[in-house]
Design a protein around this ligand. Structure first.
Ligand code: ZN
Length: 241
């Protein structure tokens, strides 16, 4: 059979749950705080304006931790890379995660709707630069040679990236799966709704039971490293790839 013609269009959304088994710290202590601040409090444009050094420090710490030896992609990341090799452009991978674990797992096309930790953005030109080191209000921007760099992260109150491409793909999707992200919180809640309206089969995969959303046709509960490889292998064998 001519494989590509008969393959379904799949949109995959991943959230924090897929990276939970990869050794990433949550940066919250027992009170749910980071250095006495809620994470929501440091991840806003207002915080960056009022206390830039605090915001730089928070992201510098997260960027450094992401590059520690014990942070590695898990079986779920690897499985989605395998699916990309089989489905090519029939599949779109969207992530809410700012880590690079999908890329390290072998995925080539990843839509980071909330930005990337290993990237810096010029606040003036909006140009982005791969960035693995720490940076702050004294770091010169490569494009304008001024001190204009900010984390390439979508903060609370800012508009997520690639929304047009994502809504486009959702409107043509035959299948939508949300992995490790609550289906009740926007934007995932909106994504499943659009996919559903367009007739897609909708699936959720979460560690915790009980976060189910009525718009999902199918629900899997358990660790992503077990559920996702199973789901991928079934798809690949179903379409004889
Ligand atoms: Zn610049």
């Amino acid at each position: 059979m001519s494989a590509n013609q008969s393959l379904p269009n799949i949109v995959i959304l991943t959230g924090a749950g897929i990276s939970a088994e990869s050794g990433l710290k949550t940066f919250r202590d027992n009170d749910g705080l980071w250095e006495n601040h809620s994470v929501e409090e440091v991840a806003t444009p207002e915080a960056f304006e009022q206390n830039p050094s605090l915001v730089y420090r928070f992201y510098n710490a997260r960027r450094a931790q992401l590059q520690e030896d014990d942070v590695v992609p898990n079986a779920a990341h690897l499985a989605l890379a395998k699916l990309e090799k089989a489905f090519g452009h029939k599949m779109m991978l969207v992530t809410q995660n700012v880590d690079d674990l999908h890329e390290r797992g072998g995925s080539e096309s990843v839509y980071h709707m909330h930005g990337k930790l290993l990237s810096a953005r010029c606040a003036i030109s909006q140009q982005t630069f791969d960035w693995r080191e720490s940076f702050d209000h004294t770091t010169q921007c490569p494009c304008c040679k001024r001190v204009t760099l900010r984390p390439d992260i979508v903060w609370f109150g800012e508009i997520p990236m690639y929304m047009e491409e994502i809504y486009d793909a959702l409107s043509q999707a035959d299948m939508f799966i949300a992995i490790g992200t609550s289906g009740n919180v926007y934007p995932a809640a909106g994504f499943v709704q659009i996919a559903k309206e367009n007739g897609a089969h909708t699936i959720e995969a979460n560690l915790e039971p009980g976060v189910s959303n009525a718009l999902f046709d199918e629900s899997f509960t358990g660790p992503a490293s077990r559920i996702v490889p199973q789901w991928v292998d079934e798809l690949i064998s179903k379409y004889a790839l």
